[in-house]
Design a protein around this ligand. Structure first.
Ligand code: ADP
Ligand code: ZN
Length: 294
């Protein structure tokens, strides 16, 4: 079985082909340009691939309601050329195959639930902490959509007592993304995140912000697993710091053994590693081929 996958990011696109086990057999990557130059590259890639379905996990916000005229569109992004762009429509015009379509982070959450750290579970939440922060939510065996789709990167935060940084979110300044995405770390400390020493106070502060959101997510969604990916989470020392903060925030209130003495297995890195996004898109394509609603 050959399934196509598109991981459409704000900075780069990754296209690939994989099988029903989530094994990616081929891939290419190119920078995200205007849709008129980027989509032809995607379409060209699949030309000789004979895929039976294609799954797309895209940067957003997106139209994800099948009954809405904006289904398949990128909606209110400030990214030049993409606002209102009918991404799925352009793909469907080129290929007559079933398509899966969701946000990049919902795709990653789904991939993790099918093949990764949350394999076999009915729920998980996926965070990407990179240029921005995105949160994908898989609950009761379905990806969560509603009025639109979750936008958990922009939840409000309580400021760290030693933090005078204003935050960089153009909408909210000091929301989670504004305080804890890669650019916030770099602007606050005036050093690139990847160059900050592992024992620097930056990481304790980073964990403070991420743990607030994770604690709230845990209290609202009660997922069976929380998966943290993206460039910033390459700083592995963040995991124990985050777990300790979450433990402190919950203060023993939620009585689940996973939280009381199993946090090391509950808040984890992606089981699919750097493939989480692309494999998630592949999983969406596979579900579309099987006519499975996710
Ligand atoms: P994107 O979010 O654009 O898809 P990434 O997930 O790689 O890409 O995130 C890029 C952001 O993560 C940048 O702000 C970068 O500074 C930060 N970042 C990348 N790698 C690391 C690292 N090893 N340690 C800390 N920060 C990192
Ligand atoms: Zn925000």
């Amino acid at each position: 079985m050959r399934i196509g996958a598109v991981e459409a990011g704000g900075t780069k696109f990754v296209c690939g082909v994989g099988n029903e086990e989530g094994v990616i057999e081929d891939r290419i990557s190119f920078p995200t340009g205007m849709p008129e130059t980027t989509l032809p590259q995607v379409i060209e890639y699949f030309k000789d691939k004979q895929v039976e379905a294609i799954g797309i996990g895209s940067f957003g916000p997106l139209g994800v309601d099948k009954n809405s005229p904006n289904y398949g569109h990128v909606t209110t992004t400030p990214k030049p050329g993409w606002n209102g762009y009918d991404f799925l429509g352009a793909m469907k015009a080129a290929y007559d195959v079933p398509f899966g379509w969701d946000t990049d982070v919902n795709a990653a959450a789904y991939g993790e639930a099918i093949w990764g750290a949350a394999k076999g579970m009915n729920s998980c939440v996926y965070y990407t902490v990179g240029t921005g922060i995105g949160v994908g939510v898989y609950s009761q065996g379905r990806l969560v959509h509603g009025l639109v789709h979750p936008e958990g990167g922009h939840v409000l935060t309580r400021r760290h007592p030693n933090d005078s940084y204003v935050g960089f979110c153009p909408y909210h300044n000091d929301c989670l993304e504004g305080m804890a995405a890669g650019p916030a770390i770099e602007k606050r400390w005036q050093i690139k995140g990847s160059d900050i020493p592992k024992d620097h106070a930056a990481w304790e502060m980073e964990a403070f912000y991420l743990a607030q959101s994770i604690s709230n997510t845990l209290l609202v969604i009660s997922p069976e697993k929380i998966v943290l990916g993206g460039g910033v989470m390459k700083q592995e020392q963040l995991f124990p710091l985050i777990r300790a903060e979450v433990r402190k925030n919950l203060n023993g209130y939620v009585s689940a053994k996973e939280l009381l003495d199993g946090l090391d297995d509950y808040i984890v890195a992606p089981g699919l590693g750097d493939n989480a996004g692309l494999a998630g898109s592949l999983a969406l394509g596979l579900a579309a081929l099987r006519n499975q609603e996710v």
